[in-house]
Design a protein around this ligand. Structure first.
Ligand code: BGC
Length: 453
């Protein structure tokens, strides 16, 4: 590659986190418990009994963390709001102290010219709403829209980029189908219902945003492109099902106002086809941009013994794998960007998460921690974004996952994704080499990204 100017002027360079993963102090100042608070306090649910009680202590150290972002040169910071800090019971009574935390965070970001990208839901549903059925209760679309309106009225003057849901697929796959994430249900019949109301809630929030907000609102999905393990009809059919299940279940209704037909093959008689047409008008409310989270691909093979999906991923012996067992495959990011554009049209895209977990010590005593594999991951994936842009894609920003090592859900603190190391005992932050690289990338607007490969 010779073109070293792949990233457009004004490209948004950011890093991402989410509330439960970094904040700590989950019940402080009148906040209500979330499903993740309950889940992590249930023995056996999270590795080593880890909880988000302290996490990165960001709730108390946010100013220090914003200073870190400023030193990195971040142009934007993607974070999420904990719904139950603002509405301890999920609806009704507002907790002003909870809302004020996000106002102070946003003000601190703006003070340093860092643009806030606010996610309304990153998996930490108020426990009180789970008691009412959570995403299975059709009323949740109204509850979510009311919460959205409160946040927009408070912050739309200062926040110009909003997103409704982070990764609806994970909410349902982990939370309702397999039960490895909160609220821990494992029920084939519930999953399609919860998914539908989750997307109705997304649509209701977008619709409400149009009546009270003046800026932009989008959706964030995780995409894992599927490549067939062979050209056999069984594997090709498995790839179609895998794509429908993981990559199209939420985007098809959001853009095409229908579910992918393969969903019936995946769910059998648990699949529902009796939803009213107006639900799809709601889910299909126009969004301003789409956020893509990309980590890995799957080489997919048919396997009828895997229930209910009927497929599995095949290990690639020539590839590198990260600490979460995910194959490193940068070309998949370029492919994903193009596939999204082909199927759903040319709306602005942001890479809202990308990164890797590597085995790293819990505490370090150096000025800069060397993480050569993350440096390589970052460079090759940024080059993959640059190629997509050169080939015509409308990618407007990139957010590294994550700013800090944090609470990696059911893995607890055992998986480290940070550009900056976090010692969860001492709360000391230590730059990794990848953070230094990213600082340079941002300072040069990625000018050296392609040249480096
Ligand atoms: C989520 C993050 C998570 C990351 C790494 C994404 O699925 O949005 O919360 O930490 O991937 O697993």
């Amino acid at each position: 590659m010779t073109d070293t100017h792949a990233f457009p002027a004004g490209f948004t360079w950011g890093a991402a986190t989410s509330a439960y993963q970094v904040e700590g102090s989950p019940l402080a100042d009148g906040a209500g418990p979330s499903i993740w608070h309950r889940f992590s306090h249930t023995p056996g649910r999270v590795r080593d009994g880890d909880t988000g009680d302290l996490a990165c202590d960001h709730y108390r150290r946010f100013k220090e963390d914003v200073a870190l972002m400023r030193d990195l040169g971040l142009k934007a910071y993607r974070f999420s709001v904990s719904w139950s800090r603002v509405f301890p019971e999920g609806r009704g009574r507002i907790n002003p102290a909870g809302l004020s935390f996000y106002e102070r965070l946003v003000d601190e970001l703006l003070k340093h010219d860092i643009e806030p990208f606010l996610t309304l839901y990153h998996w930490d549903l108020p426990a009180a709403l789970d008691d009412l059925g959570g995403w299975l209760n059709p009323s949740i679309a109204d509850w979510f829209a009311d919460y959205t309106e409160t946040m927009v009225r408070a912050l739309d003057g200062r926040v110009r980029k909003w997103t409704t849901l982070n990764e609806p697929w994970v909410v349902i796959d982990g939370g309702y189908l397999f039960g490895v994430l909160a609220p821990g249900h494992a029920n084939l019949y519930e999953a399609p219902i919860a998914a539908h109301h989750l997307m109705r809630a997304h649509g209701a929030a977008v619709r409400r945003y149009r009546s009270v907000g003046k800026h932009e609102i989008g959706l964030v999905v995780n995409i894992e492109p599927k490549y067939p393990a062979s050209q056999s009809p069984a594997d090709l059919a498995a790839v179609r099902r895998a794509n429908a299940y993981m990559n199209q279940w939420y985007l098809d209704p959001a853009f095409l106002k229908r579910y992918p037909p393969e969903m019936r093959e995946v769910f059998g008689d648990a699949w529902r086809e009796d939803w009213p047409a107006e639900d799809f008008d709601l889910i299909g409310e126009k969004i301003d941009f789409l956020g893509l989270n990309y980590y890995t691909r799957s080489v997919t093979q048919a396997d009828p013994t895997v229930r209910p999906l009927g497929f599995r991923s095949v290990h690639q012996p020539q590839s590198q794998y990260t600490d979460t067992g995910w194959e490193v495959f940068p070309q998949g990011l370029t492919d994903t960007i193009h596939q999204i554009r082909t199927r759903y049209g040319d709306l602005p895209l942001y890479i809202t998460e990308n990164g890797c977990a590597l085995p790293e010590p819990t505490s370090v005593d150096v000025d800069v921690f060397e993480d050569p594999r993350r440096v390589d991951y970052l460079q090759t994936h940024l080059a993959a974004v640059a190629r997509a842009i050169q080939e015509g894609a409308n990618v407007q920003g990139y957010f590294a996952w994550s700013l800090l090592d944090n609470f990696e859900w059911a893995h607890g603190y055992s998986k480290r994704f940070g550009l900056v190391h976090c010692d969860h005992q001492s709360q000391r932050r230590t730059w990794k080499r990848s953070a230094k690289l990213y600082q340079q990338v941002i300072a040069t607007n990625g000018r050296n990204v392609l040249a480096a490969r």
